[in-house]
Design a protein around this ligand. Sequence first.
Ligand code: EPU
Length: 421
Amino acid sequence: MEVARIWGGERLNGSVRVSGSKNACLPIIAASLLTSDKCIVHNVPRLLDVMTMVDILRELGAGVSWIGEHDIAIQALKVRADVPYNLAKKMRASICLLGALVARCGRSRMPRPGGCIIGDRPIDLHVKGLKSLGCNVDDGDDYITVIGERLHGASIDLCGQYGSTMTGTMNVIFAALCADGDTEIINAACEPEVVDFCHCLCSMGASIDGIGTSRIIIRGGQKLHGYDYTVIGDRIEAGTFLCAGLMTGGELTISGLEPGLLGVFLTKLLDAGADICEHHNGTLTTRPSCIDGMKIVTGPYPEFPTDLQAQLCSLLMLANTSSIVEERVYPNRFLYVHELNKMGAGILLRENRAHVLPLERQLIGIDVEATDLRACAALYLAGLIADGTTTIHNVKYLDRGYDGFEKKLQSLGARVQRETV
Ligand code: EPU
């Protein structure tokens, strides 16, 4: 089993380029199933979830080859509609194949994605959307089977208990592309990753209006062709490095992302007094700063991203005053708090709210356990400022969503390494 060891206390300085966005890249790869033409994807992050998606596409019959360090070519001349159990179970994001396969094959079957360590992740909105378009959906205990040979446009509201759903919106868009007539999605997800996905589909010949708003109109029946598309940079990775720069008091320059995509995350940091300089070329540089505590509430874009909640909590331990962090997308996404508290943090949890108190003394490096991808990133950040050695168990979670994280940290001066124990 692999662990990560971090020897804390180094200031991070230098430049880092963020990789392509995981959550944009996965559905963009899935979009290649909609055509038998060749599709080229650039800026592909080399991370575990992407490798799993590539493996699934190969199992489904597509030819996939790496044509550069971060570039893949996909050609799906023939496609099977059954997603293999072992691969689909590895990754929750495989759910977006449901709509892509219906669009290509008229049916799809895949193992039901189970609950997840970050909390309940239902698929009722996916099912509702596909049914509204005329699909027959069997949402069984083990498998979900969708049959949709003659789909029709519809008006669908995708608002759930906690707001919109990214992968649900993408599934409905996929299926709507092969329906007769137009489809309107109300309360569609507006995240930059959904925007990027829609832009890729448009480059294939799709006609989608309202991209980036909560009301999207998809014209059905357009003939789609291959694409040559570059994925946007990963805003969550950029946010993680911003936290690392501010926490270690270094001058860290981040490139590879249009800073506007950081939205409220960046605004909140600047309002709290973080010294972050935005250069003309779109790069961002952190400088040593004292920040104030803040109140944040996570929610669907443009609200505060849940995928940066854990990393922000790590940073807020260093604020002058206390902070309140409320999680409204996955109310239980706080399993990492127990680990931070073991290191000496003072974070009080009440239901879906964390009360982050300023550190009274330096964190201590100990053995901690990662519980999900973003929790693991938060523990890394804590390790960077801890006294002594922090050992993170279950570090494999990190590889699902960060490309070359340790290498990047090492290049900035951090003392981190992987070890097999
Ligand atoms: N929801 C429903 N019904 C549904 C679907 C979702 O009520 O049918 C609710 C969920 O309970 C949750 C919210 O809607 O409160 C969003 O959840 P969902 O599971 O749909 O999220 P997702 O679209 O599958 C994507 C990202 C996640 C990210 C969330 C929220 C991908 C592959 N994953 O998931 O990324 O946290 O949106 O922004 O795009 C991560 O990268 O660490 C990660 C977990």
